[in-house]
Design a protein around this ligand. Structure first.
Ligand code: ADP
Length: 986
């Protein structure tokens, strides 16, 4: 009854997994498989797949049916769900016990109709690519009428659904129609393999023109524009790419080509790949690199044309355009034969790639309300863009779009083929970047050395934009000795000083006067930036510059660069070197100007609560003294809340008002005004924190008080860190009274770890800190050390941590009395880390829980752990699921655990443990007075091994269960052993 039971027990979870996307595709694929396997007959299929009925109802009907059909069907059903939704396993659905190979049907196919059934799943995929041709063949052979074709091609169907409808229709027409279809598919498969395009002369010319224009746009990195021309080839450093959560896992790192490859695809029907990352994580640079490699013919070779767009620039397109106009006017104009070239694009969508950089900067938030399906129909550019992304326009053309994570809501996520996360530089990436930036190896070595001595700054350098600034300002960095930058504001002040002094190197001002000397220019640029942030404007015209009194001289400082534009506008437009620099100048304006509204600071910090209301930007505009033209043009439209930029600006405001920088402002503005602004910020931070703490629900009796960070919590912590005033941090933290702080999936990298540790160290009472599913990494781990003394448990599942991170963590953890539990599931640990855990176990006699699942620990590592376990008298939970400790490792652990009086729970699931291991573990069962659960699922234990366990259990009444699913046992053996011992769970 095992699989049947699994289906029943997990009914809610399976229902959710199959329905949560809102698309019927998952259900239909499961049905395809069950039909192929003969587990469903045609009539049953039809009784489930009722068109127009709620998806949930259809899935429930299927669940009822497979359950009543019994164990075998349930087994195939679970296997089908596993195949269609591999990520469901990670999300908690158990499949153990279901057969894994669905390919073998064991039946010989005799008729074509049967083949349509037995190969249904793969036929759906094949037909999708050639549906029009298949219909034509069926019409020509007299099997289909045009009414049949219309029914198949109903526009509400997705391509897969069309393919299924086609199969169903052919089935109803009989054997000879099925033969025609199979023959057609076979023919078109062989001709597809040899597809050749005869490209016309004009098309080839156009392609050349487009690629040289793309190449010219992408060969230099614009952030170096103000100082030097830096070829992308010379500076480009690989960033860390990961598939977003929920995507099937890939072994090894992702490279650029993986962005458009099939790897990690979650929705076959969708064309859009999202690359998401925080501001400055390198999204634009990554696209630039992709463009350049494509133009050179080195990457993305499958795409004949690549059309790059910047959402920032699309914002200023006021006209309504058709797709054709959008492509030709914004990217590259064909000198001749526009229609022919466009027709080729329409006919070969799979050979075309569009890229859209910075979706978060588009003034309108994504919506799928306004449909445009015709490529010659004109519409506002954002509507075109949304239709392209969701595939109602130019279906089949692959689209890559970049955005900050916050700006992508569930409405767009539904239309994503996959999501790739860009997580900045790895530690070796930082090293590599600095060496590329400084060709003089001694300078590079000095910069790297100073980073090693300042781990907070090293943490910041994971963000490429900060790494660039730090490298750019190496003279300032190396000259500042003890006062080396700690915060993001420090780093941006460094680049401010660098550029300002670069401006007048001869009379380079000593001391703090450098700002005072350039205060006017700073205020001009500040005003421009501030107005831009308030109105989601990042490109400025001459008129905008004039309105803010920005002069030629101010431009020459290097913070503003000429905006690259592939469209043919003649007037000059400017943008800040990077959006974070614009935020920094906006913050300088808020801090230094007397012209801002008194409530500006208050509104800036309060905005976080307005997220998603669409009101925030317009509301914030009320603070702006002069409304610029583009801002006015926005009135009445759905203005997307630029919360992320406002948050960055607020973070800088906190940093600039820090006590440490107040001397800088001494001669630039009145200290009374400054004090007032400081008080305002402190109040806002305290109020913000208070709001979070108030939201913590009272715990259920007997449970711990737990807080899951709400959006904005980490940002507030970062603001507190920027202020670098322990009193403020202490005050804020004194009000936080929780036992458990949950910050899972919060985009926490090294920078956030530094801020968190800074604030959390002031907690009054120890907490459990849960940081699962973030990007903490080794550097982040090091940043967390200052708050280790206050952590009683640390959850760091899925965080890219290696043995090196563990070395530092444990060295500190050993000294912390409170530290009792650690969970490190799915990191990059090997045997090299076990030495440290062994020492921890030997030293800390109050340590309770060690979970190291899904790492790379072998028998050697297990032996090391065993060394520590021998001397430990406190550990209650030991989890090693999904490692490779084998029999030898299990024997070593068992021998250390014999007679244990504390261990309650031990998991060696999926470790290649055989009967020798089971034999050794039986001795633990026999001798331990504490053990309650032993997990040995997914190993290779045979009957002999289980018999030892049974014998041991006869002498132990404490043990509640021994899990043995998926071992080397026959069905009969399982039945027999269950009869002997009910605590064995198969
Ligand atoms: P985002 O688009 O995520 O805001 P950018 O791509 O504009 O970030 O990166 C900001 C700056 O950081 C760039 O101008 C460049 O100086 C530096 N940078 C980013 N990624 C890389 C990279 N892969 N290699 C070298 N420098 C990079």
């Amino acid at each position: 009854m095992f699989n049947q039971e699994l289906v029943l027990k997990q009914r809610a979870e399976i229902l959710h997994a199959l329905c949560s996307s809102g698309s019927t595709e998952h259900l239909e694929r499961v049905l395809d498989i069950l039909l192929s396997q003969g587990e469903l007959i045609w009539e049953e299929y039809q009784s489930i797949q009722v068109q127009g009925r709620a998806l949930y109802t259809n899935v429930r009907q299927l669940l009822d049916l497979v359950y009543t059909k019994g164990e075998d069907t349930c087994e195939f059903f679970l296997a089908a769900v596993k195949q269609v939704l591999p990520e469901a396993q990670g999300a908690g659905i158990t499949f153990s016990g279901c057969c894994s190979n669905l390919e073998k049907t064991g039946e010989s196919q005799c008729t074509s109709i049967q083949t349509l059934l037995t190969q249904r799943a793969s036929l759906v995929t094949k037909i999708r690519a050639c549906i029009d041709g298949a219909l034509e063949a069926l019409v020509e052979s007299g099997h289909f009428t045009s009414a049949d074709c219309d029914e198949v091609l109903l526009p509400i169907h997705t391509p897969s659904q069309k393919a299924r409808r086609l199969l169903d229709h052919v089935r109803s027409k009989g054997e000879s129609a099925a033969k025609v279809l199979l023959h057609y598919i076979h023919e078109s498969e062989s001709s597809l393999n040899q597809e050749k395009w005869t490209l016309s002369k004009e098309f080839s010319k156009y392609r050349k023109k487009l690629s040289s224009s793309v190449s010219a746009q992408s060969c230099f990195l614009s952030s170096y524009g103000g100082t030097s021309h830096m070829p992308l080839d010379e500076i480009y450093t690989e960033g860390q790419l990961e598939l977003a959560n929920g995507c099937a896992d890939l072994s090894g790192a992702l490279d650029l080509d993986n962005i458009v490859s099939a790897a990690g695809t979650v929705n076959d029907e969708a064309d859009t790949v999202l690359v998401s990352g925080e501001a400055g994580s390198g999204k634009s640079t990554l696209l630039q690199r992709l463009h350049l490699l494509w133009a050179r013919g080195v990457a993305l070779k499958g795409f004949l044309l690549l059309f790059p767009f910047s959402c920032r620039r699309l914002n200023s397109e006021q006209r309504e355009l058709s797709v054709q106009e959008l492509l030709f006017q914004h990217c590259c104009w064909p000198d001749k034969e526009q229609e022919e070239i466009f027709q080729f694009i329409l006919d070969h969508p799979h050979l075309i790639l569009f890229s859209f950089d910075g979706l978060d900067e588009l003034k309108q938030g994504f919506s799928d309300e306004h449909r445009v399906c015709c490529p010659t129909q004109r519409a506002p550019v954002h509507i075109l863009l949304f239709n392209l992304l969701q595939g109602s326009l130019m279906k089949g053309v692959r689209k890559v779009v970049t955005s900050r994570p916050d700006a992508v809501g569930p409405m767009l996520k539904k239309h994503l083929r996959k999501e790739v996360l860009l997580k900045g530089f790895s530690p070796s990436g930082i090293d590599c970047f600095v060496k590329k930036h400084h060709r003089d190896p001694t300078v590079a070595a000095k910069v790297l050395e100073s980073l090693q001595m300042n781990t907070a700054l090293l943490g910041l350098c994971h963000s490429p934009v900060l790494c660039w600034i730090v490298s750019e300002c190496h003279k300032e960095l190396l000259g500042c000795g003890e006062g080396s930058p700690q915060t993001i504001t420090d780093v941006y002040l460094m680049i401010l000083q660098h550029f300002l002094q670069h401006q007048s190197p001869l009379k380079s001002t000593v001391g703090l006067g450098w700002l005072q000397e350039h205060i006017k220019a700073v205020l001009h640029l500040g005003q421009l930036a501030f107005e831009g942030i308030g109105t989601s404007c990042y490109i400025f015209t001459d008129t905008d510059l004039e309105t803010c009194y920005v002069t030629e001289k101010d431009i020459c400082m290097g913070f503003l660069i000429l905006s690259k534009d592939m469209s043919s506008t003649h007037s000059k437009r400017y943008e800040f070197l990077h959006v974070t620099i614009q935020c920094f100048f906006a913050a300088l304006f808020i801090v230094l100007s007397n012209n801002t509204d008194r409530s500006t600071i208050h509104k800036l910090f309060e905005l976080q609560n307005m997220k998603g209301t669409g009101l925030s930007s317009t509301w914030f505009m009320g603070c702006i003294p002069f409304s610029d033209q583009q801002g006015q043009g926005l009135e009445g439209e759905s203005v997307i809340a630029e919360t992320s930029n406002l948050q960055i600006t607020a973070t800088f405001v906190s940093g600039l008002l820090s006590q440490r920088h107040r001397n800088l402002w001494l001669h630039c503005c009145s200290s009374a005004v400054m004090e007032k602004k400081v008080r305002q910020v402190v109040k806002c931070l305290s109020k913000g924190m208070h709001k979070h703490f108030k939201s913590i629900p009272q715990p259920v009796e007997g449970e711990k008080k737990s807080m899951h960070a709400m959006p904005g919590f980490v940002w507030l912590i970062k603001c507190i860190y920027e202020m670098q005033e322990c009193k403020i941090a202490k005050d804020a933290m004194s009000k936080l009274e929780v036992d458990h702080l949950k910050l899972t999936y919060c985009n926490i990298g090294p920078v956030e770890c530094t801020a968190l540790a800074y604030a959390l160290q002031y907690l009054r009472k120890p907490v459990g800190l849960q940081l699962d599913y973030n990007s903490v990494g080794d550097v982040g781990v090091e940043q967390l050390l200052p708050c280790m003394h206050i952590c009683n448990s640390l959850h760091l599942r899925n965080n890219n941590i290696t043995d090196e991170g563990i070395r530092k963590l444990i060295a500190k953890g050993i000294q912390c009395d409170n530290f009792q539990k650690i969970a490190l599931f799915n990191n990059k640990l090997t045997d090299a880390c076990t030495l440290h855990f062994s020492l921890l176990l030997k030293t800390k006699q109050n340590f309770l829980s060690l979970r190291l699942g899904n790492n790379n620990i072998t028998a050697e590592g297990a032996k090391q752990l065993a060394e520590g376990l021998k001397f430990n008298h406190s550990l209650r939970y030991l989890g090693l699921w999904g490692n490779k400790i084998s029999d030898t490792g299990a024997e070593a652990l068992a021998s250390a655990l014999e007679g244990s009086k504390t261990l309650v729970w031990l998991s060696l699931v999926g470790n290649g443990v055989g009967s020798a291991g089971a034999y050794a573990l039986a001795k633990v069962i026999e001798s331990s007075t504490s053990l309650e659960e032993l997990w040995l699922t997914e190993n290779c234990i045979t009957k002999a091994g289980v018999e030892c366990l049974i014998q041991a259990l006869e002498r132990n009444t404490h043990v509640k269960s021994v899990w043995l699913r998926n071992n080397d046992l026959s069905w009969e053996e399982v039945e027999e052993m269950t009869r002997y011992e009910s605590r064995l769970i198969f």
